[in-house]
Design a protein around this ligand. Structure first.
Ligand code: C2E
Ligand code: MG
Ligand code: MG
Ligand code: MG
Length: 282
């Protein structure tokens, strides 16, 4: 039996855990309801060419407006959806919605070169995932060449069959982007393991590119690396014109960040629609 003090501490700790588990279960249940009642939507952030800033692609990002809590960040709910398995269904909805939106842009003649979709480890490890992607492409009439699947190091090394699934996506003609590059333990290991076409250089390397020589050297060597491997580098999280200029000088030709555009419901909406959206929000 535990000593009195230890026992008390233990009970306190256990009730903390209980409330954490309760919160996890509540959020997980709310996520299921959210999917069946249409509480999710996607926003799209432009990816631009440097230095002119022409939009060459977009990344889709999921949003959840909880009926009581208001907006919940994907950084908070995606991990919960991964743990309770809902990410499989939610991920399918995200992929289908992004492809349908891209096809709508095509029909309006405003589609960028590609749309990116973030895919989590649990999805890639799910048997039949690649087939389900192929099915969505066929049903929406989307070309695999217009789709970019964004993965991270943990996506690749998180589960046994993930490397194989990434290989199969590549064989379908889908481009693979390695997200948050440089933040993991084995970023270079991923490059050896899977057929990556795009490196998204993490915001943490971009933030101080104008103020720290060390960061500039790292950003510069990452450009050398991508060039040498025949890959495309995208600088993530560019927030200022100074950063954009510095990155262009270092050799970056693609960038994404608030400086160029925040994620919005439709970056290609006619101006009158944008005005209407703003008016509606206000
Ligand atoms: P990520 O894939 O690396 O997405 C980029 C994140 O950086 C987005 O946050 C975006 O809004 C934010 N961002 C872009 N430019 C800037 C900038 O200039 N400054 C700052 N401070 N932030 C910037 P978001 O939308 O909150 O998403 C966070 C993460 O959640 C994503 O990181 C991704 O890992 C995950 N996520 C988002 N949507 C999805 C999805 O549809 N499926 C999956 N599996 N994960 C998603
Ligand atoms: Mg991403
Ligand atoms: Mg990223
Ligand atoms: Mg990220």
């Amino acid at each position: 039996a535990a000593k009195a003090a230890g026992g008390r501490r233990h009970r306190w700790y256990a009730s903390e855990l209980d409330s954490q588990a309760g919160e996890e279960a509540r959020l997980g249940a709310d996520l299921r309801t959210a999917l069946s009642t249409g509480q999710f939507h996607l926003v799209y952030q432009p990816i631009v060419a440097l230095p002119a800033g022409d939009v060459v692609g977009v990344e889709s990002l999921v949003r959840w407006r909880h009926p009581d809590r208001g907006p919940v960040s994907p950084a908070d709910f995606i991990p919960v959806a991964e743990r309770n398995g809902l990410i499989i269904e939610l991920g399918q909805w995200i992929l289908r919605t992004a492809c349908e939106q891209y096809r709508t842009w095509q029909s309006r003649g405003v589609a960028p070169a590609h749309v990116g979709v973030n895919v989590s480890a649990r999805q890639l490890a799910e048997p039949g995932f690649v087939d389900s992607v192929a099915a969505v492409l066929a049903e929406t009439g989307m070309s695999p060449h217009d789709l970019v699947v964004e993965i991270t190091e943990t996506t690749v090394f998180g589960g046994g069959v993930a490397v194989r699934a990434v290989q199969e996506l590549h064989e379908l003609g889908i481009a693979i982007a390695l997200d948050d590059f440089g933040t993991g333990h084995s970023s270079l290991g991923v490059l050896q393991a899977v057929p990556v076409k795009i490196l998204k250089v993490d915001k943490s390397f971009i933030d101080n590119v104008t103020v720290s020589d060390r960061h500039a050297v790292i950003a510069s060597s990452l450009i050398q690396l991508t060039g040498g491997l025949g890959l495309i580098a995208i600088a993530e999280g560019v927030e200022t014109a100074e950063q954009a200029e510095a990155l262009h000088r270092l050799g970056y030709r693609r960038a994404q960040g608030y400086h160029f555009g925040r994620p919005v419901a439709d970056p290609f909406a006619p101006r009158s629609d944008v005005a209407a959206q703003v008016a509606y929000r206000g």
